[in-house]
Design a protein around this ligand. Sequence first.
Ligand code: SAM
Length: 244
Amino acid sequence: MRLDIISIFPEYFTPLDVSLIGKARERGTLDVRLHQLRDWAHDVHKTVDDTPYGGGPGMVMKPEVWGEAIDAVTEGGTPRMIVPTPSGRPFDQELAQELAGEPWLLFACGRYEGIDSRVMQEYATRMRVDEVSIGDYVLAGGEVAVLVMVEAIGRLLPGVLGNAQSAVDDSFAPGSMRNLVEGPVYTKPPVWRGHEVPAVLLSGHHGNVARWRRDEAIRRTVRNRPELAAALDPATLDKHDRKL
Ligand code: SAM
């Protein structure tokens, strides 16, 4: 998968050199290309922003600079463009799965009050453009949002996780974990500071362990994410689930 990221702070992306994503880049599963937006600004100060039409505080990113940058980066091809913004559609595991199936993604990181809206309007005539939010809060820029999305998407690419089954059992995974969060997890020793690992996990009985894990996932979802629990499809619940 090819990922192009345009930003005025490409140095924000050094975490992509390490861990799972760093290894995926080394292996060539992920081809990440970082671009400094200011390279397409022509004045002596490399200006990328200007005052907003209609007045008000803050600055807006200029369409001409973004236009030149995106034209250059996408020359000869058509990626799917992702624009992080608090006003976008929510980023979730389903969207991460969908984006993991794309061959080429272009991320446009906004700063200040965001990017002039005509940039998204213009490129939507040439490629798929999604404005995406990572949550109901406001960050200073799109870089951290892109890091979040790249990590969530990257770990779903074939061969990136050591054990592909992990992604299937994860919170929110399509299938039996849709609209569920994972229950608690434990490792050795069996007793730590007086706290015991639930006996069922030491029983070696796979059926009982699977049942316990599902029960715990449902209990935790009801407790921490009632809105997800309310959205559970009754058709996916068995008799035991409904009792919880
Ligand atoms: N004025 C904008 C608003 O109220 O929607 C907020 C702009 S924010 C200060 C600057 C940039 O940070 C945005 O253009 C976007 O790229 C990024 N950003 C901030 N919060 C975000 C979020 N929750 N999800 C995705 N991107 C976000």
